[in-house]
Ligand binder design. Sequence first.
Ligand SMILES: Cc1ncc(COP(=O)(O)O)c(C=O)c1O
Length: 410
Amino acid sequence: MTVTAPVTTAHRSSADLIEAEGLTVAHNYHPLPVVVARAEGVWVEDVEGRRYLDMLAGYSALNFGHRHPGLVEAARRQLDQVTLTSRAFHNDRLAGFAEGLAELTGLDMTLPMNTGAEAVESAIKVARKWAYESKGVPEDRATIIVASGNFHGRTTTIVSFSDDPTARTGFGPFTPGFRTVPYDDLAALEAAIDDTTAAVLIEPIQGEAGVRIPSPGYLEGVRELTRRSGVLFIADEIQSGLGRTGTTLAVAYESVLPDLVLLGKALGGGIVPVSAVVGRREVMSVLQPGEHGSTFGGNPLAAAVGSAVIDLLRTGEFQQRAQDLGEILTARLTALIGRGVLSFRSRGLWAGVDVDPAIGTGREISERLMAEGVLVKDTHGSTIRLAPPLTITADELESALATMEKVLTR
Ligand SMILES: Cc1ncc(COP(=O)(O)O)c(C=O)c1O
């Protein structure tokens, strides 16, 4: 038997690793040319030892920063106990995790999954089954209303109701049963609801669309319409939830409680993929053994990290930080209007910034910021999304925004 040395990334340069990745990893992303090797808090370091301030935070998966000590400790402790049981057996961490989610959201029951897309898929199944059993919608006729500009993930069913050609083209045939209405349009939503409608599925703030914030009263209106029509309101809080906007859930901005809330990203503390559908008991109770599942959903490691995330959010500290630091973000971006920034939308520590295309595309600006030690990512042409860890200090935020000002005004 020949024993060869294990493949290692030690001593390989960024350029070498990027080239190798291009040859061996599917090209479903176009990352910025930075190869991260280490990270702590809001800082990441590349293989050559260059440091960058992470102003994207894994699209909100790193709300508590990289390797938050409390979260790493919770994971370490659990690694020494038990990491996976599958749901064939009970584990001693799942009940506490679900109790924590109920307390955090004001809802009753949790369906634990792993990725965001799985939570969305699971909610679609729950809503359809609920419509057949509780509303008497004829078999296979249930519809779910979604909003234009949505982003809910990448599975075949989810891209079936995307209106982004890049997400859809080449991936049909698509799953039927979805109806799209313009986002932030209550009249269109009301007109689209009929006897077959099981649910309305929306993002309280559309992240991928460029941090699109609906008009005041929209979420309240969706709640009122869905309640009146006997339709479920499903809020996809996978990106907007867990402190990002200054409240635990973005729907809290209008004091609205949906029937189902979808969580993901930050729920895994930046350590493990953890997602959940959290909902009213009457709705969640439609699922019976064997009808839905996931080998990894609700595993003890995920539940331990998720519970530690809930503990962090229980204090309200991070929600408050998002509010306070959000004021700095808004003030600095306002000062950039007409100086490289055309417009922006923000809530809490989350902003979509439309840069002047005359200065460069979103991608070019992101690369220039990278060269100055600040990591962001573009979305849709000339929009840049800012979502730093909620652990960022005011000085670090000021410094990142000063770099942005420098790049946009030189
Ligand atoms: C609102 C929303 N829903 C769902 C998803 C899909 O999550 P995942 O990439 O974990 O499948 C995302 C990811 O960006 C998202 O922003």
